[in-house]
Design a protein around this ligand. Sequence first.
Ligand SMILES: [Zn+2]
Length: 351
Amino acid sequence: MHLPASSLELELHRLPLEPASLLRRGGVQAQSQAQPLQGLAHPHASALKTRTQCPACLSASLSVVYEEPYTGKGMQAYLARHYEGHAGAAADGGVYALARCNKCSLVFQRQVPEGALLEEIYNSWVPGTELEREHRNYSLDEYRYLAEQVQFIIQHFGLAPGELDALDFGFGWAHWSKMAMGFGCNVWGVELSEERARHGRSAGLRVVGLGDLPARRFRFINTEQVFEHLTEPRLVLEKLRDALSGDGIIKISVPNAVGALKKINEGKNFGALSVNDQMPIAPLEHINAFSHASLVAFGKEFGLKPLRPSLYRLFNSASGLMQPKNLARVIARPFYRHVFPRTTFVYFVRG
Ligand SMILES: [Zn+2]
C-alpha cells in the first residue's frame, strides 16, 4: 500500500516531544458515560478535518465523550499556555470533540488538523527546537531505562547484537537508536523532520523513508510517542507490521489517557484538568487517546498480540538495583506492565 506522503510527512514532524517518562502509569479504567452521537451539531471547521470512523478499527459506531469549541475559555487558556503565545486562530472555527469507539474503546479527537494548519502548528505554534533540546536532556535514570529495554530485546532473541536489525520509527533525537547502536545492534530510522534526520545520520543511524522499508526485515521496531499523533494510524502500523520479521517484536508506547478521561467522564472541563492530565488528550496533537485495552485491540487489527515476557528476563535486563527507589520501580514495573497490564506500553508479536 502506498501512503499519502503529504499528510504522513506532516504527521511525522511531530514526533516525540515528551521525554520518555519513568512515571507514566496506568489508572483506573474509564467509565463510559458517553451519549450517542446522533444529532450532534458540527460548527463550521474548515481548517479541521472530521474523522467519522474510529481511526483504529474503522467502526462508525461512536459516542460523544466531550465537546468544547476552540473559542471556549478553557481551550483558549490551554492554547495560550501550551504554545507560549504562538497559537494562531486557525482552529477557532472548530470544536475539540472527543469520541469513543463503541467497538474497540479508543477515544479520539474527531476534528483534527490537516494540511496548512498541521504545518502551522508544528512549524510556528510549537516552541522552537532549542527548547525541545532542553527537554530532551535525559537523566541517568532515563538512559538506564533505555538500556534496560535494549538489553531485554537482545536477550529475547538470543542473538549476537550485531545480528539484530532494529528500526526506530519517528526516532526524534535518536536516544533509543543511539543506545541500541551502543549495544552493537544495526539500527535503521524513519524521521521526517530534516533537522532530526540530520542528527540521526550524524550519529550513524541509517535513515530511510517509511516507503523504503524492506519486507520482514526487522527483529525489533521501536515506536515511542508516535501513534497518539497519527491521523491515520492504521496506514503506519500496517507498513511497520510488514517490515517486521516473522518472530519480530514491535513496541508501541503512547501516553495513557485513562486517568484524564476518567476526570472528563466525571464532568470536569478540559480547562480544569492539571497539565499532566491535559497532556495525553492534548488538543490538535495527541489526537488518539489510548488505554491498555484499546492499544491491544489496535494491535489485533493487524494480527499482533501482546508479548508476555518472562519475569526473569525483565528483571535480568534491569540495572541500578542497589538504589531502593530503582529496586522498587524495577520490581513493580514488570507486574503493572506485563503481568496485570494497565499501561499503554505493549510489546507486540504476530498472533
Ligand atoms: Zn475502534
